[in-house]
Design a protein around this ligand. Structure first.
Ligand SMILES: Nc1ncnc2c1ncn2[C@@H]1O[C@H](COP(=O)(O)OP(=O)(O)OP(=O)(O)O)[C@@H](O)[C@H]1O
Ligand SMILES: [Mg+2]
Length: 292
């Protein structure tokens, strides 16, 4: 990843300048040089020197309208800040290869000092679609300046909170390790999405396991996944599974909770019926969730 490659070239003064721009971006899209100087508390000379450096290596976007020079972070600049913080906190020490590219995120593997491997999810909403941005309108409210920084940070926090809530009751979702800005670090399962298996050893067992997990999550964590399907379940060769991708999860008291829950169950039923000929009645399963 570009940001990971650039990290070793940066000094603490560079991070401070990037954070000063980030601070200013809460108020406006571009941040004037005088404001960057103010937030960084560096003298003008140092501010200009650092700005020139971070801009040259491709972390900012410069605007010089009406003789006022201002800057904003680009996505690599924002990645650099999040990764740097996670390294400083000793959560990660090395980035690995890309594991998967979603519609709204990139997922990489990463390692800590003890060579434990984790998955690192970077939110990239607004990159391909604004459909998801719209979903955030109700959280963001009427802020006129809808920044992708803010939306992606919010998304990471939301998914991290959902993961924490579920993980607390010991279920098969990735253990959340930490998050910073638009990045989440979580448990990694060496495997691939269920959808990419041509065949699995014991489909009946995997099917029952998924339904059991969904029921526990609904009954004990009051949550519904909301995008359940063969692409959001990672499985390994031994039949271990992790249910991933919790951004759009809703709570059990959501006005459309039952409809969303039914759709989740139906997705799983349809998949296992078509591919593995497993008998499955969506309505029956839904009822069993609701009554106990
Ligand atoms: N904890 C994990 N362990 C192993 N692989 C993972 C993990 N989390 C994500 N992945 C991989 O990264 C891919 C994308 O992750 P995820 O589904 O969370 O992202 P997304 O952007 O929300 O995807 P989409 O919106 O396209 O469904 C997954 O399909 C999976 O291959
Ligand atoms: Mg997904």
């Amino acid at each position: 990843m570009e940001a990971g490659r650039l990290l070793p070239d940066l000094e603490k003064e560079d991070f401070r300048i990037l954070m000063a721009i980030e601070q200013g971006m809460k108020k406006s899209e571009y941040v004037k040089v005088s404001d960057i100087r103010f937030y960084s508390r560096y003298p003008m000379e140092e501010t200009l020197y650092r700005l020139k450096k971070v801009h040259k290596i491709g972390l900012t976007i410069r605007n010089a309208a009406q003789y006022v020079v201002s800057y904003k972070l680009n996505s690599i600049g924002y990645d650099v800040l999040a990764l740097h913080t996670l390294v400083e906190k000793e959560i990660i020490s090395q980035l690995g290869p890309l594991l998967g590219k979603g519609k709204e995120s990139d997922v990489y593997s990463c390692m800590d000092d003890e060579e434990n491997i984790f998955a690192l999810k970077i939110y990239r909403m607004g990159r391909t679609s604004f459909r998801n941005i719209k979903r955030y309108r109700n959280i963001i409210g009427n802020r006129t300046h809808l920044s992708w920084l803010y939306v992606n940070r919010l998304a990471a926090k939301r998914e991290y909170n959902a993961l924490s809530k579920i993980y607390d009751i010991n279920l098969k979702t990735p253990k959340p390790i930490d998050y910073n800005r638009h990045v989440i670090v979580m448990e990694y399962l060496r495997g691939k999405e269920l959808a990419y298996y041509k065949d699995i050893d014991d489909p009946e067992y995997i099917f029952q396991e998924i339904i059991k997990q969904m029921r526990l999550i609904y009954q004990k964590a009051d949550l519904i996944h909301g995008d359940m399907g063969e692409f959001n379940i990672v499985a390994d060769k031994d039949g271990n599974i992790l249910i991933i991708d919790w951004l759009q999860s809703v709570s059990a008291d959501h006005p459309n909770a039952i409809r969303i829950l039914r759709r989740d169950i139906k997705n799983i039923c349809d998949y296992f019926r078509k591919k593995y000929h497993i008998e499955c009645d969506t309505g029956e399963i839904l009822e069993s969730f609701l009554k106990e």
